[in-house]
Design a binder for this molecule. Structure first.
Ligand SMILES: [Zn+2]
Length: 310
């Protein structure tokens, strides 16, 4: 593929990342291997939704700039770690997909087998422990896990997805966020029913053979459990959330859970709906506690104002 075509693809895919809400403002970065020594990357501090050819820099494998205006981003170390870890990786996309990142903040793992097609093509997405952004420490951790996965989530930060092409890396990012949206929606409605462990293992083994994946994972395709984590092989279904729609948080306190719920029966009236909404959002909890005098005053004022409108 010519460098001109790779540049056009990078601009298109960076804009798609922005349009699909996978990053905002100056977030994220993309890179592609042009040859063994040169990498094309988005420069530091550029808006991906308005990316142009002038925002692209060419760097060497040590991260030194060879051409282009502006500086390489401090997050390039993460990209280099991916290229160093896997010769089959030719492109890296780093973004901040909001729902996936929210999973890391809520302490809910995405390394679960929920959607068969995702298990087949992507496997599970691990969440890496927190490390300070832009550090060699974080880059090393990403490189270590990219050995076994095509997509990883960094705690409180974002995603790193790799591929043989930019489009492939982007598709993995999009699939990750779509899976997060579906899983979150299921959690909001009630509970997440995971695939039976035996089916997850069968699908993963089949997927690695049919569609490939990280060489280290493909090598495990015939092993019992394929490359799935121990928890998935012995999974008996997700205990979080509970059938009532709210699961225990990591600390065991339900006060920390702030999940939306869908109620089965319509709320009786506008005023009761507003009272519920005010109570939940003011307390930040789904536990029903008696409203404080301030909350009562605010709720009464809102109901009064809406009553006056209609
Ligand atoms: Zn980032």
């Amino acid at each position: 593929m010519s460098e001109a075509k790779i540049r056009r693809d990078m601009i298109r895919i960076a804009r798609l990342c922005y349009e699909r809400h996978l990053l905002v403002a100056l977030d994220g970065n993309l890179s592609v291997r042009l040859d063994d020594d040169r990498i094309l990357a988005t420069k530091a501090g550029c808006h991906k939704g308005m990316l142009t050819d002038a925002d692209l820099v060419v760097i060497d494998r040590r991260g030194n700039k060879l051409s282009g205006e502006g500086d390489p981003t401090s997050e390039m170390a993460m990209h280099m770690a991916c290229y160093d870890a896997r010769p089959d990786v030719r492109a890296v996309v780093h973004a901040h997909p909001p729902i996936s990142v929210a999973f890391t903040i809520a302490g809910v793992s995405m390394a679960r087998c929920v959607l068969p097609e995702v298990v087949l093509t992507l496997g599970v997405v691990p969440t890496l422990d927190y490390r300070t952004t832009g550090t060699a420490d974080l880059a090393a951790l990403v490189g270590e896990h990219i050995h076994h996965h095509d997509a990883v989530l960094m705690d409180r930060h974002g995603a790193v997805c790799v591929g043989a092409t930019l489009l492939e890396a982007f598709c993995r990012l999009e699939t990750m966020e779509h899976t997060a949206l579906i899983t979150k929606t299921a959690r909001d409605m009630g509970r997440v029913k995971e695939l039976p462990a035996a089916e997850a293992v069968r699908l993963r083994s089949m997927g690695l053979k049919r569609y490939g994946g990280p060489p280290a994972a493909v090598a495990q395709a015939d092993l019992p459990g394929a490359d799935l984590p121990e928890a998935c092989r012995s999974c008996t279904g997700c205990a979080n959330p509970s059938p009532t729609g709210i699961g225990p948080s990591e600390t065991g306190s339900r006060q920390l859970m702030r999940m939306a719920r869908v109620t089965a029966a319509p709320l009786a009236s506008l005023s009761s709906a507003l009272a519920d909404a005010a109570r939940f959002s003011l307390s930040g909890s789904t536990e029903v506690t008696p409203p404080t005098p301030l909350e009562q005053t605010v709720t009464a004022a809102v109901i009064q104002a809406l009553g006056d409108e209609s």
